[in-house]
Design a protein. Structure first.
Length: 199
């Protein structure tokens, strides 16, 4: 049986678990309630039984500010919520380099190869453990593969949260259309800026 997910319209300030095993969480990133699988108790005994968030991001040992940011964020969430949820990573790779990753990396995406996006989306859809997909977005990650990335977002049937690490104050029409297309395919959007922009 598949995990049921409901995205709430307002934020929840902290993790709460009721006696039916339903937990809600936010951590100021993604408001959600995740219902456990039938027969799952209040706390699962194994990591594989926990609802899973898949981070799609650059990741160490790749040298990148977002890679370091994501690793630190995942460590902080795991320190606080490891009894309630599991976090796995899909590491973004560019070029011909194949990195050796830690055990939390479950998938990789070769961002320069257009056909790899659809293949990854199908794997995510078939993976019943994944409840939410969180993408750490930087335009350079998907350069020359913007259409493949939009197709990827359209194929995924799980709720998707996108974190925009770059928000330009005066985007041109092409960039504005690209951002709107990404936003239309996501459940939630996070921006790394104090400035509120309306496109």
């Amino acid at each position: 049986m598949k995990m049921k997910i409901k995205i709430l319209p307002k934020q929840i300030s902290e993790v709460a678990v009721n006696n039916e095993g339903v937990f809600s969480f936010n951590n100021s990133l993604y408001p959600a309630i995740i219902l456990p699988l039938v027969g799952q108790g209040m706390f699962a005994d194994k990591t594989n039984d926990l609802p899973e968030i898949l981070f799609i991001t650059s990741y160490p040992p790749r040298e990148c500010g977002i890679a370091t940011y994501s690793q630190d964020l995942i460590k902080a969430i795991n320190n606080k919520f490891s009894n309630s949820l599991s976090i796995k990573v899909c590491a973004l790779e560019s070029g011909e380099v194949d990195f050796k990753y830690s055990d939390d990396v479950k998938y990789t995406l070769k961002t320069a190869l257009a056909d790899s996006y659809g293949k990854l989306a199908l794997k995510i859809n078939k993976d019943n453990r994944i409840g939410i997909v969180l993408i750490q977005h930087e335009f350079g990650f998907f350069k020359k593969q913007e259409e493949a990335f939009l197709l990827f977002l359209s194929i995924i049937i799980k709720p998707v949260v996108v974190v925009f690490h770059t928000v330009l104050p005066h985007p041109d029409e092409l960039l504005k259309a690209n951002i709107n297309s990404i936003a239309a395919r996501c459940e939630s959007i996070i921006v790394m800026t104090h400035t509120q922009l309306i496109y």
